[in-house]
Design a binder for this molecule. Structure first.
Ligand SMILES: [Zn+2]
Ligand SMILES: [Zn+2]
Length: 558
């Protein structure tokens, strides 16, 4: 039996050595960052696909950082790491650096990309200098976003077929290189804007330092290759923050060429040929729910209708939630044509009524089509108000209700929210009261659809509140006064018959009220809920300091 097993093992070994293919192992990091950023796995799988037709090369992609089974390193010719770096770098543990060191002794090539080029100074940094001839060192290197214009290239196999190109990325530069650049060949070099060197005098981990500032006016290297003294090969490229950049033929080619080169394969005369379609770029993305937060144009006096500041605060809170990524667009609507691509939810916090952002152009149609496909929609404060004949039907369909002029009211009052329904959006929300322009008496969906509207924040206004004056028009309205004693809904959620979800939140007039943990939690929960994202058992935990409440306020005259 033992002989047979050995025989099979021997046969397998013979077969693989007969194939004589070079073996490239790609280690893709765990999910991090926002939508289409640091897409380690999708990026590696895309590169693997581009290399599929390269004769003599086998590419294996292992996801989630360091391989649980280290036998994947057996027989490799090169290792490529595209992953989170710094102290969280998957390679930055003594036993793992040892694994890489052993491979290096066998001449195995090594390369890293973007955040993967950053390791801590000391043992990890020294190991990377030996493996690939450079790394991002804190207080020495910088990580700004800029448009790098690559005009000329060295005479090196890695740039075969690469034409001059210009591309925006988080191009780290001023890497730590070996003394005298020994063994290093700069591959991509460009002149960064001066302000990317950080504020004069600053010395920060990633945002600028005296060393990089002393090089004012000089071009910087953002990709390099390394010939180790013993003949092994390495490279580093600092871009690829944006997944979309893999769609650029030159950007992609220089990396594909480098992957061949570290695998000790001949780079074709015109470089590695490959095509990537816009659709290809959307494959294998990490599971992050994308939430689009739209903030209206500045309006009202300071501290009121601070749409942008409010959305940025909420985004800051959502950044701490696993599995979601959010983006804020200001001035009423995204200029970015890709803004809604793959979005799970869109929330609009803006001035409404006849000037409601969704009423312009074909926006209603765009949102309507996405809503049919299940896009979550949320409307906040003035954003819940829309003319009954123009937009009203859409809001009923999308979120189950809206503020109808002369039917709904907008007094400033302090509702006591004391009890909450058994609904995910109310998770962890404690009784609270904030003084705000809490609208009520919305126009609701009728008939059976009405049952799908679930009130979340409900309180009973006093007769004084009912009698007004309201903010606009002053009222009072007979139908509001006559409803004395009735509890009113100021926030609700809605499940559309087609499966999508919506919410309406009528507070949010006064910016300072975002400082209230329960008000904030109700809204953050609602945003996750409409995006169909995982809701924490106690709701979204967040903190907002008085200092944060003063940030990003619209420039308004007092
Ligand atoms: Zn980045
Ligand atoms: Zn208001």
């Amino acid at each position: 039996m033992k002989t047979l097993v050995m025989g099979v093992a021997l046969l397998a070994a013979t077969l693989s050595s007969q194939a004589a293919d070079k073996k490239l192992l790609m280690l893709a990091g765990r999910p991090s960052h926002g939508y289409m950023e640091h897409e380690y796995r999708a990026g590696c799988l895309l590169l693997q696909k581009c290399l599929a037709n390269t004769p003599g090369l086998q590419v294996t992609v292992v996801s989630n950082d360091w391989p649980a089974d280290e036998s994947v390193f057996q027989g490799v010719d090169a290792v490529f790491m595209f992953c989170t770096g710094g102290e969280g770098h998957p390679a930055a543990k003594p036993e793992r650096l040892k694994v890489l060191g052993e491979l290096m002794k066998k001449g195995v090539g090594f390369g890293t990309c973007h955040y993967g080029v950053e390791v801590e100074k000391g043992a990890p940094g020294d190991a990377f200098l030996a493996l690939q001839g450079g790394y991002f060192e804190t207080y020495w290197s910088v990580n700004p976003h800029w448009d790098a214009d690559f005009k000329t290239f060295p005479n090196h196999p890695v740039v075969r077929g690469v034409k001059p190109f210009k591309i925006k990325d988080e191009w780290y530069y001023h890497m730590r290189f070996p003394e005298g650049m020994k063994g290093v060949t700069p591959i991509l070099t460009a002149l960064p804007p001066e302000d990317t060197r950080g504020r004069p005098g600053v010395s920060s981990t990633h945002g600028g330092n005296p060393h990089v500032q002393a090089r004012k006016g000089q071009a910087e290297h953002v990709m390099w290759t390394y010939d180790r003294p013993d003949g092994g090969r390495g490279f580093g490229i600092t871009g690829a923050h944006f997944h979309r950049n893999w769609g650029d033929d030159n950007f992609r080619k220089v990396v594909l060429n480098a992957l061949l080169w570290i695998s000790s394969l001949e780079v074709p005369a015109e470089g590695v040929a490959s095509t990537v379609t816009p659709d290809d770029l959307l494959q294998n993305l990490d599971p992050k729910k994308k939430i689009v937060l739209i903030a209206g144009k500045p309006s009202h006096p300071p501290g009121m209708h601070e749409f942008r500041a409010g959305m940025l605060l909420l985004k800051g809170c959502l950044d701490g939630v696993a599995g979601v990524t959010s983006v804020v667009y200001s001035n009423g609507w995204p200029q970015d044509a890709n803004a809604f691509e793959n979005a799970s939810a869109v929330v609009i916090y803006a001035d409404g009524g006849g000037g409601h952002p969704v009423l312009q152009g074909d926006r209603r149609k765009v949102l309507g089509e996405l809503a049919k496909k299940g896009l979550g929609l949320g409307f906040m404060h003035y954003g819940v108000e829309i003319p009954s004949t123009n937009g009203g039907p859409e809001l009923l369909e999308w979120i189950g209700g809206y503020y109808e002029n002369l039917y709904s009211v907008n007094p400033i009052w302090s509702p006591e929210f004391k009890t909450f329904p058994n609904h995910p959006v109310a998770r962890g929300v404690k009784p609270f009261s904030t003084k705000d322009e809490w609208y009520f008496n919305m126009r609701w969906q009728e008939n059976k659809e009405k049952e799908k509207v679930i009130p979340i924040l409900v309180a009973t206004p006093s007769d004084e509140v009912r009698k007004g004056p309201y903010v606009h028009p002053k009222g009072p309205y007979d139908h509001i006064v006559a409803a004395s004693g009735r509890a009113e809904t100021t926030m609700w959620v809605y499940s559309r018959p087609g499966g999508g979800r919506g919410f309406g939140f009528t507070g949010g007039h006064t910016h300072a009220n975002w400082g209230d943990a329960s008000q904030r939690k109700a809204v953050l929960n609602a945003i996750l809920w409409i995006a169909k994202a995982e809701l924490p058992s106690n709701g979204v935990e967040s903190s907002v300091t008085p200092e944060q409440l003063r940030q990003n306020l619209d420039p308004k005259k007092k």
